[in-house]
Design a protein around this ligand. Structure first.
Ligand SMILES: Cc1cc2nc3c(=O)[nH]c(=O)nc-3n(C[C@H](O)[C@H](O)[C@H](O)COP(=O)(O)O)c2cc1C
Length: 366
């Protein structure tokens, strides 16, 4: 749907939002997707320590919230972790690099949860080579509790505009390859990350990959608790009024596409600092390690009361991003290194938790 110009202006000013919210009445107040958020409440409530640790690990960050992890229990103390290739993102993650980073996040949260329960989780990565499981893990008594684990339930990917003040970031520096606060570099990264996002949205096949992942409102989120969850009173009111639709989001000529672009831009530009994870090599093991480091960084930031959001578009390996990819590499890494993660850091209003599939749906029979 193409919004007439007048309606778009009203939308920008918030008038239509309020009108739509009023029209929807009490409807919007009851739109929390409780079932899809239940895994945040039930984590840890399992007797088998492998299941207990897995129930925490599924809360890990992962690209587009695909949750590609699958676990297979073996014997009494072992498990295999697989990555479900049917959930790949071939357009924006053509080499499965980011999905592998997500598996690294998962393995790190698993390790922390197991340690909390008194077990050392000893993973053997890619025990059958690249095509088999991502890890074989044996739980053995031991493990040292990690203070970062306390932040697992509170961690969120925060896509809000961040406040225009620099937070103290010393606690994050040892965990990141770089923390960038220098005004000229921050300005360059704002432009770079925004331009990369604009390219992703202007490239039909990469944009449609994201649109296909969008879940519009409570009903869709409960039916498919993954992907990009569009929810909350304002967005649901817009949906109810027909002003936020799958068709409109997919159509670059529509007013709601322009609106989404403008909202993304103002949030992304409102960034006081960035954090980076780079690696010397770019093997699957390097990517797993990058994921471990990223989630540790994000958990540490959470502990400091800071918001974070990966901004990955310029790091993605498809032809339309090639120029920005090269620029990002030059700005953020030494020659030969790979920039695995780039994220915004700052103070922001708290973000809502994202949905998760229940653990039971991620288990495969031995
Ligand atoms: C490798 C990787 C890349 C990501 N890239 C982005 C990104 O470019 N933009 C974004 O908003 N979130 C990005 N995310 C965050 C995920 O979308 C997020 O973790 C997922 O939706 C689950 O939400 P949660 O982190 O709040 O639990 C990325 C996460 C990972 C692990």
């Amino acid at each position: 749907m193409t919004l007439p110009r007048r309606k778009m202006i009203a939308l920008t000013g918030g008038g239509v939002v309020l009108a739509a919210a009023a029209a929807a009445g009490g409807f919007v107040a009851t739109r929390s997707p409780d079932t899809a958020l239940a895994p945040w409440q039930t984590a840890g409530r399992y007797d088998d320590p492998r299941l207990a640790a897995l129930s925490w690990a599924i809360l890990a960050p992962n690209p587009h919230n695909r949750q590609p992890w699958m676990a297979q229990l073996r014997g009494s103390d072992e498990l295999l972790i697989w990555r479900d290739g049917s959930l790949n993102l071939p357009e924006t993650d053509p080499f499965d690099r980011q999905l592998t980073i997500g598996m690294g996040c998962f393995l790190e949260v698993f390790r922390q949860a197991a340690a909390q329960l008194g077990f050392a989780a000893k993973p053997v990565l890619f025990p059958d080579g690249g095509d088999g499981p991502v890890a074989r893990i044996r739980l053995e008594p031991g493990g040292r509790p990690d203070p970062l684990f306390a932040q697992v339930p509170a961690r969120r990917t925060n896509r809000n505009a961040y406040e225009d003040r620099l937070p103290p970031l010393d606690a994050l520096r040892p965990l990141a390859s770089a923390v960038i606060t220098e005004a000229s570099k921050v300005a360059a990264l704002r432009t770079l990350t925004w331009e990369a996002m604009r390219i992703e949205m202007a490239t039909p096949r990469t944009h449609l990959e994201s649109v296909r992942m969008m879940r519009f409102g409570k009903r869709e989120i409960e039916a498919s608790p993954d992907g990009i969850a569009l929810r909350g009173p304002v967005l649901e009111a817009l949906m109810a009024a027909g002003l936020l639709t799958r068709k409109g989001q997919a159509d670059p000529a529509s007013g709601e596409y322009a609106q989404a672009l403008a909202m993304l831009k103002s949030a992304m530009l409102a960034t006081p600092a960035y954090a980076v994870i780079t690696t010397r090599g770019n093997s699957r093991r390097d990517q797993i390690e990058a994921g471990r480091r990223w989630v540790r960084l994000h958990l540490a930031a959470t502990g400091q009361g800071l918001a974070m959001q990966p901004v990955s578009q310029a790091l993605q390996e498809y032809p339309e991003q090639a120029d920005l990819y090269a620029k990002a590499r030059k700005l953020l890494a030494s020659p030969g290194e790979t920039v695995q993660m780039l994220g915004r850091v700052g103070y922001a209003p708290r973000a809502a938790p994202s949905p998760r599939w229940p653990l039971e749906t991620r288990l495969i029979d031995a």
